[in-house]
Design a protein around this ligand. Sequence first.
Ligand SMILES: *[C@@H]1O[C@H](CO)[C@@H](O)[C@H](O)[C@H]1NC(C)=O
Ligand SMILES: *[C@@H]1O[C@H](CO)[C@@H](O)[C@H](O)[C@H]1NC(C)=O
Length: 301
Amino acid sequence: MRILSVAAAYVFAISAYAADSHTNSPSHLWKTYDSVLSNAKYIDLTHTIEPDMPIWRGFGNITFSQAVNKLTGKPFTYEKDLFVANAYQLTTDQMGTQLDAPAHFNPFFAAADEIPATFALRKLVVIDVSDKVAKNASYATSVKDVLEWEAKHGRIPAGAVVFVRSDWSRTWPAVNTDVFPQVSLETVQFLHLQRSILFHGHEPLDTDMTSDFAAERWLLTHGYAQAEGVANLHKVPATGCLLSTGFPKFLGGTGNYVRYVAICTPDWPQGVVPGTISEAPLPKYKNALVWDAQKGHRSRT
Ligand SMILES: *[C@@H]1O[C@H](CO)[C@@H](O)[C@H](O)[C@H]1NC(C)=O
Ligand SMILES: *[C@@H]1O[C@H](CO)[C@@H](O)[C@H](O)[C@H]1NC(C)=O
């Protein structure tokens, strides 16, 4: 009997699946998109990559230039080539808003292209220590901060992404890359070993100020990724949002240029709802984008 009912449940499950995927009725995912995600508020947590942006002191400046047509030796133009393109001289894959691949510190763990697609969408937790950082610019987020967050909001869900809000990035690009808010080694260990999070992230370009990168080194040499250079966390609530992570796939990459987007509930005051701005087509601007040799990038001014 038991076997029969298991078999019956199996047949039922298969037919339910078939109904979902082979008829016109939308999948649960599409229904969820219509009822939840299409009305949600989308908030960009990403710095724009630009020449002269803050970078770790050991890395050289990055430069942008106009891509050159190798057949003519001249930059592409809309007039002659119908299109233009840029070339970038990047001195490192460790800059701007990042998803650090463990291979940055340990060659036996994942490189950028080996980070799985499952990182794309997660629950987002934001722990706000900005009041402590306001009093101490090198404040280190502690396990106590995490436990205080949990006393207020509940246990951090396994598999979540945990971002630490310090407000360090609010004056970007005028930031201090030598003295900055830290996340302690004990805290990142607690988040991974006791709470099984996917990864943590912070606003500065490093996890802590120790000369041997104690917290970052522990994370990456144990196979954990981490986010750095995260922006706009003051626009995101402590719980209830999702995080979308979009990242390129450089072969053997040790870091990732990333676009983080928080997806928050419709009642949250910040963010943009899909369909309420020009998306397709995207907006047409009054001023053309032109190459500005002085600034070293294309600009609309
Ligand atoms: C690198 O960028 C900084 C900040 O804009 C600037 O002060 C410095 O002169 C640049 N260095 C080089 C070698 O271009
Ligand atoms: C600021 O925080 C750091 C890290 O916790 C600590 O080492 C330092 O003593 C603190 N400074 C002050 C003035 O409290």
